[in-house]
Write a protein that binds this ligand. Structure first.
Ligand code: NAD
Ligand code: MG
Length: 390
């Protein structure tokens, strides 16, 4: 029996995780569920999975959940606040932590789970973008098992040699090929991009996801964040990672070897596949995902990314090359920009403009400790808000 904490259980990844867990009640037990403020959905999840703890970030929502649980005669203990997220991510009785909070807010409990030596199922890519070096160091020091949930990174993990120890050259790996769908605006005429709405940006052609990552997919910042994520997960250089636009989202990424072999992982675009893979690793379990019908797919297309159309991708490579806190600045500026776009305070094409202004205006520094990252994050958010208010 594997005992789980699911951080961000009310989100897209969180709900898909519970869907897989519900198929295997003999294998997984839910110890803790967490959400920002969705107390009604969290209550339903508590009724169904009977966790020991439920955490809400918001105090009023926690109050409401507590009352409803008491009324229903359920014994789940309600906790509140960011500290409680860290607590349920590090409980002695928990074996594995699904890190599925969105954004930088997910970093502290994810890092804490790694420090505590848990099996970490990593969906929250922002943790690696903000603090990749510190996080990987924590994983290695504690002996935590790190399994990528992001579909591309899960595919790469599956396509790497079984004994892969974070050294591409000695494993015969020559390149990582990171696939991207190109999002909803892959073929939108450039002059129309300025006027696109949050609804259009969130209407992804292949994947159903939370709103923040959907906008990131539309700007291709998501792929930029994933290049940085791959750099840390697989100890690869930026130049070892090639983005390949593959509109069908059937190949989830590939690994090229020095002998000319290219290994790939394929499947229907449904996050329950990487989630089930990571939950059961090194075994396999049913995920509920329909088998891939290659005849229905029929075509697999590949094109090079268009850095002019998607300047966010170029900005991410730029931040990765700059190193230090540059990727934390990139991430924070992007989070503020995406939130402002979703609130219709800035236009879609302002997203890369804002990020470029923050990267140019806030000095980067080296990362020696978590404090350096947190300070960079705060400085970038302040600069980004000032840019919006200008
Ligand atoms: P989502 O918006 O659907 O869900 C986010 C979850 O985090 C919710 O449970 C929400 O309550 C919680 N949350 C949000 N802000 C919080 C805060 N400040 N403090 C505590 N909890 C908070 O997001 P999602 O699409 O499920 O994505 C989650 C993470 O997984 C992101 O980092 C994303 O990049 C990554 N990811 C998602 C997908 C996908 O298909 N959705 C694919 C790959 C990677
Ligand atoms: Mg992905």
């Amino acid at each position: 029996m594997q005992r789980l904490t699911i951080l961000g259980s009310t989100g897209s990844i969180g709900q898909s995780t519970l869907d897989v867990v519900a198929r295997h009640p003999d294998k997984y037990q839910v110890i803790a569920l967490t959400a920002q403020q969705q107390d009604e959905l969290l209550f339903d999840q508590c009724r169904r999975f009977q966790p020991r703890y439920a955490v809400l970030l918001d105090a009023d929502a926690a109050e409401r959940l507590h009352a409803r649980l008491a009324l229903a005669g359920l014994t789940t203990e309600v906790l509140c606040g960011a500290e409680a997220l860290v607590r349920v991510a590090t409980l002695a009785e928990v074996d594995a932590v699904m890190a599925a909070i969105v954004g930088a807010a997910g970093m502290p409990p994810t890092l804490a789970a790694a420090q505590a030596g848990k099996k970490v199922l990593l969906a929250n890519k922002e943790t690696l973008v903000l603090a990749g070096h510190l996080f990987m160091e924590a994983v290695h020091r504690s002996g935590a098992i790190l399994l990528p949930i992001d579909s591309e990174h899960n595919a790469i993990f599956q396509s790497l040699p079984h004994n892969y120890a974070g050294d591409m050259r000695h494993s015969g790996v020559s390149r990582i090929l990171l696939t991207a769908s190109g999002g909803p605006f892959r073929n939108t005429p450039l002059e129309q991009l300025h006027n696109v709405t949050p609804e259009q940006a969130c209407a992804h052609p292949n994947w159903s996801m939370g709103r923040k990552i959907s906008v990131d997919s539309a700007s291709m910042m998501n792929k930029g964040l994933e290049v940085i994520e791959a750099r840390w997960l697989f100890n690869a250089g930026g130049d070892d990672i090639q983005v390949v636009v593959h509109p069908q989202s059937v190949i989830h990424s590939l690994v090229q070897y020095v002998d000319g072999s290219v290994l790939a992982q394929l499947g229907n675009p449904d996050m329950r596949t990487p989630i089930a893979h990571a939950l059961a690793w090194p075994q396999r379990i049913d995920s509920g995902v329909a088998p891939l019908d290659l005849f229905a797919v029929a075509h697999l297309d590949f094109v090079a990314p268009d850095f002019k159309r998607f300047p966010c991708l170029a900005l991410a490579y730029q931040a990765l090359r700059a190193g230090g806190t540059a990727t934390a600045l990139l991430n924070a500026a992007n989070e503020v920009a995406v939130a402002a776009f979703l609130e219709r305070r800035i236009a879609f094409l302002d997203i890369p403009r804002l990020i470029e202004a923050v990267l140019g205006g806030v000095p980067r520094s080296e990362v020696h400790a978590l404090q350096d990252v947190l300070e960079a994050d705060a400085a970038a958010r302040e600069a980004a808000q000032a840019w919006i208010a200008r």
